[in-house]
Design a binder for this molecule. Structure first.
Ligand code: ZN
Length: 267
């Protein structure tokens, strides 16, 4: 918490092309009056409000032995840290990777047990699954996990309340790189860069957990995810950006919260 109450804005103020300028979300806030903090917390954190050139890079759906180690190597070389929203089923299959993520100073966060959209489940079942997934990931990692990003960014209002009651924070994203379908690494890195703005939370993937949702003219990613990470980190450094974890962004700056609109097909 930065101490200032979160700002509530429409998602179209965040998911813009070109990317919004940082530090101007107060102008776009929906409520001209203070919204109770408890109510605001049923909306996810999409980014933070700052003019400082700082951004969080987040990875979903992993860990995966084909991709996560190379990404970790690149971040280690750059001295940067990411936030990994892991699936418990992947964590169970690759516990050593979870421990490496933690040992190398990255932020460990939760993306669920498997990639089922929570909105397809009754609230009580979704929350039971989530609690179990959290416990398993925490046991493997040996530390608490506080941030949660639901698959596809989707959740019900009741689930949001339950997530809050579990002491977890809902985190969505402010941009992504279309990296769940194939393209060349340079294109993916450029797309990721184009979504960057001060205080942004960029969604990337170190695995694609739902290949069954592949569209008829789409191909699964074959590009080198470590190459994407390297290009993106180089570009960020060249443009004067520092990279922080999502938790650090939230701790230092005013949160910008919003509701997901069904604009993007899948994340
Ligand atoms: Zn996902």
């Amino acid at each position: 918490m930065s101490g200032q109450p979160p700002l509530l804005v429409r998602s179209r103020e965040i998911w813009r092309v070109p990317a919004p300028p940082g530090g101007r979300f107060a102008d776009a806030a929906m409520a001209p009056f203070p919204v109770p903090r408890s109510l605001l917390r049923s909306f996810g954190v999409f980014c933070v409000d700052t003019t400082q050139r700082v951004v969080a890079l987040s990875y979903d759906d992993g860990p995966h032995p084909a991709h996560t180690p190379g990404i970790l190597d690149v971040f280690a070389d750059a001295g940067a840290h990411a936030t990994f929203f892991v699936l418990a089923e992947q964590a169970r299959a690759h516990p050593g990777l979870v421990r490496r993520i933690v040992a190398e100073g990255h932020e460990l966060a939760l993306h669920g047990d498997d990639h089922t959209a929570l909105t397809t489940l009754p609230d009580s079942e979704a929350l039971t699954r989530l609690a179990r997934a959290r416990e398993q990931v925490e046991q493997i990692a040996g530390r608490r996990v506080r941030l949660f990003r639901p698959p596809y960014g989707k959740h019900t209002a009741g689930q949001a309340r339950g997530i809050r009651a579990m002491g977890m924070e809902l985190v969505i994203w402010s941009s992504h790189a279309w990296d769940w379908i194939d393209a060349d690494a340079a294109t993916v890195a450029r797309t990721a860069w184009e979504g960057v703005f001060p205080g942004g939370i960029v969604l990337l993937h170190d695995h694609r957990a739902d290949p069954q949702t592949l569209g008829p003219h789409e191909a699964l990613p074959t590009f080198d995810k470590a190459d994407v990470a390297r290009s993106l980190l180089q570009r960020l450094e060249a443009e004067g950006y520092s990279v922080a974890t999502v938790g650090d962004l939230i701790a230092a700056h005013r949160e910008v919260r919003s509701a997901l609109r069904d604009r993007m097909r899948r994340e």
